[in-house]
Design a protein around this ligand. Structure first.
Ligand code: TMP
Length: 214
């Protein structure tokens, strides 16, 4: 595959979507053919899974069911959109990928889905494919959740199933992201998201240039 696959990760309200837009513009100026996408819901079928996964009560399904549905969405996303784009030489930026499942369903849900189970789901759905670079935007969950709930207040569909879980869930998943990054430093970079939009964008560009050599 000739294109590059960049994923953005982080807690709710960490500013991923704003930064993805800015990075997309930057890469286009540099002459790259870029598409942006997201999980869950990067495909029409995935949009249906997104509604199921992100609306309603957190207890409507357990962590294992959640993990399986997120991986089903991911495999549809890969086969229908991500892999074909990479094969055409496009750069793909995704708002979340498999690290989200580890952070939310394993760390957040306190190990209620095991690491070996997640590993098996990854192999079945993704194989040995992985992102070229993962940017983890680190934010204090007290700040992030407030931002995310404010945004949801004006949205037609309230996708706040995870925002409504208690703050300790969000603290655990933040710690989880830091552990993921520490275990795969060649793929992951953690950036402090508690800074201005422009300075965060500049830090991201610096990492992209350093690691992907633009
Ligand atoms: P977002 O599109 O606003 O980031 O919302 C997606 C939500 O779904 C967010 O709360 C994180 C959660 N999520 C998981 O719990 N597991 C996953 O694998 C993915 C992709 C997202």
């Amino acid at each position: 595959m000739q294109g590059k696959f960049i994923t953005f990760e982080g807690g709710d309200g960490s500013g991923k979507s704003t930064q993805i837009k800015l990075l997309e513009e930057y890469l286009k100026v540099k002459g790259k053919d870029v598409i942006t996408t997201k999980e869950p819901g990067g495909t029409p079928l995935g949009q249906e899974l997104r509604r199921i996964l992100l609306t309603g009560d957190v207890d409507k399904m357990d962590a294992k069911s959640e993990a399986m549905l997120f991986f089903a969405d991911r495999r549809i996303h890969l086969t229908k959109k991500i892999w074909p784009a990479l094969e055409k030489g496009q750069w793909v930026i995704s708002d979340r990928f498999a690290d989200s499942t580890k952070a939310y369903q394993y760390y957040g849900h306190n190990g209620r889905v095991s690491l070996p189970d997640l590993h098996n789901l990854y192999e079945i759905s993704v194989g040995n494919f992985k992102p070229d670079l993962t940017i983890i935007l680190d934010i204090d969950p007290e700040i992030g959740i407030k931002r995310s709930l404010n945004r949801a207040a004006s949205a037609a569909v309230k996708e706040v199933r995870f925002e409504n879980v208690d703050i300790s869930f969000h603290k655990r998943l933040r710690q989880g992201y830091l552990e993921i990054a520490a275990s795969e430093p060649e793929r992951c970079v953690v950036i402090d998201a508690n800074q201005s939009i422009e300075s965060l964008h500049q830090e991201i560009i610096k990492e992209i240039n350093k690691r992907l050599g633009i």
